[in-house]
Design a protein around this ligand. Sequence first.
Ligand code: ATP
Length: 873
Amino acid sequence: MGQFFNKSCDEVFSELKSSANGLSQKEANFRLDKFGKNAILESKEKSTFLIFLEQFKDLLVIILIIAAVISLFFDSLESAVVIIAVIIFNAILGTVQNVKAKKSLKSLKSLSAPIAKVIRDGKIVKLPADLVVPGDVVVQESGDIVVADGRIIENYMMQVNESALTGESEIVKKTSDVIMKERIPIGDKTNMVFSGSFVTYGHALVMVTATGMNTEIGKIATLMNKTGSKKTTLQISLDNFSKKLAMIIMIICILVFLLHWIKDTSKPFDALMFAVAMAVAAIPEALSSLVTIVQAIGTQRMVKHNAIIKELKAVETLGCVSVICSDKTGTLTQNKMTVQSIYCDGKIFSDDEVNLDDYATKSLINIGVLVNDSTLNGHDSIGDPTEVALIEFARKLGIDENIIRQDTPRVSEIPFDSDRKMMSSANDVGDSFVLLTKGALDVLIPRLSYFMTNDGIRNITKEDVDQILKVNEKFTSSGLRVLCMAIKNIDHKDITLEDEDNYVFVGLIAMVDPPRYEAKRAVEDAKRAGIRSIMITGDHKITAVAIAKQLGIFGEGDLAITGEYLDSISDYDLRKIVDKISVYARVSPEHKIRIVSAWQESGHVVAMTGDGVNDAPALKKADIGVAMGITGTEVAKDASDMILTDDNYSTIVKAVENGRNVYENIRNSVRFLISGNTAAILVVLYTALIPGLTAPFIAVQLLFINLITDSLPALAIGMEKSRHDLLNKPPRSVKESILNKNTLKEIGVQGFIIALFTMFAYYLGWNGGNFPELAMTMAFATITIARLFHGFNCRGEKDIVTLGVFSNIYCIIALILGLVLLFVVLFVPFFMNIFDTVNISWAELGWILVLSFFPTFIVQIYKMIKNSIGLKN
Ligand code: ATP
């Protein structure tokens, strides 16, 4: 057990007395040094060296090593050394990228790390959970993840889910030392909470007994491998593609070797060099690391747009989202509630007509203040906006909530939760107790027996109920949220669910929560992008529909259903109508899982928002679980794939757009790399087939293009900013391959055009077979520059004029850098020696530039024509 568990109860109590104010910050710092951070050390991380070694496991790298060995024996030592140097350089690059991607994931993780509420120096402070130390007093409430092992010192009906530890999902009720007041039987853990579990109900003060690896979960953590940096679907599919490619390359190499040999049996060495050049030309060395980098850049961009992605995988899935199920309050609306009207003693009053001299009115306002956990300090409010609105309203009427709360102290409570849709509090009124309740009218109406008027209390009549319902409809149809207030006398302190009956109806309070301005636009954007927006709310159906109409979510022919109706239909029936339902009202978090399943079973990719503990299963079930960063519980954040730091619906749509952009950029980069390689393959194949021609490139030259000059535009394409027109298309299917038929066709055609002009340059240099070295230099320079220019072709579907030549400055930098590097290889004698290049004249350089520009020119003209006549890919 932890550092404190073995102490006797008396010791714990004496420590408790002295720690009513929590630890001092100084003491906490001392303990942090002594016990270390409250973190589970994840199982052994791979060392950088191991990551480096892993880079050599790649089949493609193995082919390159074979090429180096062949060069060593048959060509020159220099080529072999350069190939090995390039392989090592590539491995270093791969390692750096790998380590960087890990770091960036870690920093994302720390952005979404749990927060603990700790009492330090007598004040509640919010801290990253890893700074909690043994002896800290932590406030744990519904929705919190238990941050460390500890003893419960004050308990308010806390219930905990310990499934992470025990594997059992049953909710465990907790007791506290204060209630037991005596030595706790050994083995009884009901007064303990354990790190990794989460609070599902109530709240408690917990004194931390063990942190980090000393916790129960810490002890078993070594058995689990939590790191597991899983590859994304895209990486897996590209890896598979690379494997297939390697096989095909080997077959083609053997073929090229044989062809060349048959062509000229006297020169087996030349044939071998052809085969080696072929292998090097075809291998897209930079592919795998490119995907990771582009995805990492994408996630970093999303952080700036208020969305924290927890796994790289989510970026890919985001681009496929076709349905977004969103909570209403706070996500689609502003969560700034203001009381607008009240109803009591049979009359409606607007907020400025309220008269506190009326008995019923005063009772109504007082209940709103007493069954209320929020506080207001100046302009700062802490608590549920619904409750804050009630306090603000009371203050506007001149009521000081603190005085009322002191005069009528709360003695027990049943907290609000979205399933119950109500909250009760028992308060001491001097000689007896009252039970005060506020909640949704439909939940309270069957429990009403009496009616409060300004003259007293009488039995409730059918006419009263009819009128209450009519007033409720009037409020809700204009989008107002309605709370019902009720009261009853009780003769005991501790209330239970059975007490919540036979109430006196006091009145209704209606508040406005305006829709978010940006949400309306985001719903429109989503619609254009083929994405359905669905509202899921605990609020009243009519309120929900009114808001959904204002936002454009609810249109002609759409359906709105309630949780009750949902309960009455089967999953099969739900699936049949799911695409017609735009609004789900009065639903509990448990319903969300059925809604997600119904959409998923009809082939959709679903993003679902959530903030409460009970939302966690639906967040996990959804393809993209979206947690609220501001109002969300730690449990919801833990279960989600993405956290919105601004709780805003429009951020989800923006994230989808970003997800689409990342995918688009990766596809364009892949298209760029493979079409360039295709060009080289075609040139090598052609020269292998035509008698008399020598190899157009040596392996080192191709490595230079593939690994150095080509990587630059590929990365630059990966940085292409998101364009709004990405939302003009329907979502892509998850099953869609990144290299579909159209893309492969395009790759083939573009590769062919580059190859054509490269051969032109080759023949110019060849000059009837007199200058094979010049032919090689011309071909090498032309294909390198042509591929650098080709980067502009692959920036997007549109032509470069429409995209803007300078709108992606990285592409310009890549072109300039690539040219500088190439000129070094062409003109610096030391490098000319290594790369087997020969002197070229100004005229030849002019030809090279013109010929390498042509393929891009042709592709651009084609794109312009295609776009102007509206042809699709
Ligand atoms: P969403 O699910 O979109 O966030 P919501 O916030 O309206 O919607 P809940 O918080 O589950 O959903 O509230 C459901 C109903 O419970 C509300 O319509 C209201 O009548 C009632 N309610 C909300 N907050 C409180 C509260 N603090 N105390 C008592 N009743 C409440």
